[in-house]
Design a binder for this molecule. Structure first.
Ligand code: ZN
Length: 211
């Protein structure tokens, strides 16, 4: 069977500069994601980072990626517009799926592919209850009707994005706010998923349901 070729792109700056982030994700949060994805025999997973040559995504890597995961936060502006356009074209042509994580809502990639500002509100880290709003969706397979993240960054509505093609998860936060936390978009012939957990100071990528 042909394996699904996954590339996890991480800005990979906080983990090098902030001790408390390094303590949670010593090899970068992308390496933590790879460690659990590698348990799937049908996936072939590689890592890419902003400071790698060609910002981690030279043409031969991009052209051999079936699903791209994207995590960025402090350096969205450094990502090359040429690269963003190549990613957009590859998604729209149906050759690659895109999963945008957490603060990637403000990445050039998310904004260009989905067509949005990606603006939202945020607040202090707190308990989040993530609800499975679409149990029939493949992304929600095996997920209970809800699960709790002990600490995650508050993201809240209004989230200025187009109506999603599927709303898979919705979250409630301890301070009373709600957020659409798992959204699917069809763009061109491609598929996009935005998933909210993954603040660099929290441990969400160790949660089995997030994984
Ligand atoms: Zn964050």
């Amino acid at each position: 069977m042909e394996k699904i070729r996954v590339t996890i792109w991480n800005e990979f700056r906080h983990e090098k500069t902030k001790e408390n982030v390094k303590a949670i994700y010593p090899d970068g949060l992308h390496a933590t994601i790879k460690a659990f994805l590698d348990k799937n025999e049908d996936l072939e997973v590689r890592l890419a980072a902003l400071d790698d040559p060609d910002q981690g995504l030279p043409d031969d890597v991009l052209e051999n990626t079936d699903v791209l995961l994207w995590w960025g936060h402090m350096a969205h502006g450094e990502v090359s517009d040429v690269l963003v356009e190549k990613i957009r074209q590859r998604v729209y042509s149906g050759k690659m799926g895109l999963i945008v994580l957490h603060s990637g809502h403000h990445s050039k990639v998310f904004k260009a592919v989905v067509g949005t500002t990606g603006n939202l509100s945020w607040g202090r880290d707190q308990k989040e209850v993530m609800w499975n709003l679409m149990p029939s969706h493949p992304i929600a397979a095996g997920i209970p009707d809800h699960f709790t993240l002990t600490t995650e960054e508050l993201y809240c509505e209004p989230f200025y994005v187009p109506q999603p093609d599927a709303l898979v998860f919705g979250s409630w936060f301890e301070d009373g706010f709600i957020f659409r936390s798992g959204l699917c978009y069809l763009r061109g012939a491609g598929k996009v998923f935005y998933f909210q957990p993954g603040h660099e100071f929290c441990r969400s990528f160790y949660n089995p349901y997030v994984q």
